[in-house]
Write a protein that binds this ligand. Structure first.
Ligand code: ZN
Length: 255
């Protein structure tokens, strides 16, 4: 049976998401921004929490871990490079490590940049990737601990996933990201279509994620730093993609 997911808001604009294996009953929370919304989602679905898969150490992704672990005795999986900054870790993982949620098989993709130990979880057979604060829809995370070069390489790793991979990210920032993306690619028709879709989703109170990698590739300027038109639009025609990415990220920080 296919994996099931349930998405919900936490804190101000964080997303929580549950990943459920219908065969075994196992359920993972991807990050744990705060306990109460995770518990509410578990109650609404009738699922039992067995695992927490942590993407990075920031408090708005880890604040609920201790309370949830105490209540559900679940396993906490976290990036090896940040385990000392994350509470109650049972298992640490690195690049390409396998992570099972019941019978669902995931693997770890190291995506440093936002934080230096940031990881994503990719469930290949289920066409799902949980990318934390590395990639957002039409945006990307701030480069807080790493370098722009590091972040660009991480984004390319995610961009290389199959086009039909559904991406779950850590925040609902899509509308603001689209306003910025228009300044980089004002004539991008795919971006314009996405803007219309997002306006409708928000008006109807719906989340703007998940999105597919295939769609993001065509509209997210942070995944397009190696497209000639994008480089030219920020005055860096012919320059290395990492440099173009750094310029786009710097402009977004000032936007
Ligand atoms: Zn973060």
């Amino acid at each position: 049976m296919r994996a099931e997911t349930r998405l919900f808001l936490c804190l101000k604009d964080n997303y929580g998401v549950l990943l459920h294996d219908p065969d075994s009953g196992a359920t993972a929370s991807i990050d744990a921004p705060e306990a109460a919304p995770v518990e509410a989602a578990l109650k609404a679905t009738g699922w039992k929490l067995t695992d927490i898969l942590v993407t990075h150490h920031h408090g708005d992704h880890t604040g609920g871990i201790v309370a949830l672990k105490e209540k559900y005795k679940c396993r906490v999986v976290a990036p090896a490079a940040e385990a000392s900054a994350i509470p109650a870790v049972d298992e640490t993982v690195r690049e390409s490590d396998k992570v099972m949620v019941g019978k669902l098989s995931g693997s770890v993709i190291e995506t440093p940049g936002h934080t230096n130990g940031h990881i994503a979880y990719w469930f290949h057979a289920d066409k799902l990737a949980f990318v934390g604060d590395t990639l957002f829809s039409i945006g990307c995370g701030r480069v807080i601990e790493g370098t722009p070069e590091m972040m660009w390489r991480s984004l390319v790793k995610l961009r290389d996933l199959p086009n039909d991979t559904e991406i779950y990210c850590g925040h609902e920032y899509t509308a603001a990201n689209i306003r910025f993306a228009h300044t980089i690619e004002p004539d991008n028709a795919v971006l314009a279509a996405r803007a219309t879709q997002v306006k409708q989703q928000i008006a109807q109170g719906e989340p703007t994620i998940p999105v597919t990698i295939g769609d993001e590739k065509l509209a997210n300027p942070f995944l397009r730093a190696d497209v000639a038109e994008v480089a030219a639009s920020v005055g860096l025609a012919g320059k290395p993609a990492a440099q173009v990415f750094a310029e786009i990220r710097a402009r977004k920080n000032r936007f």
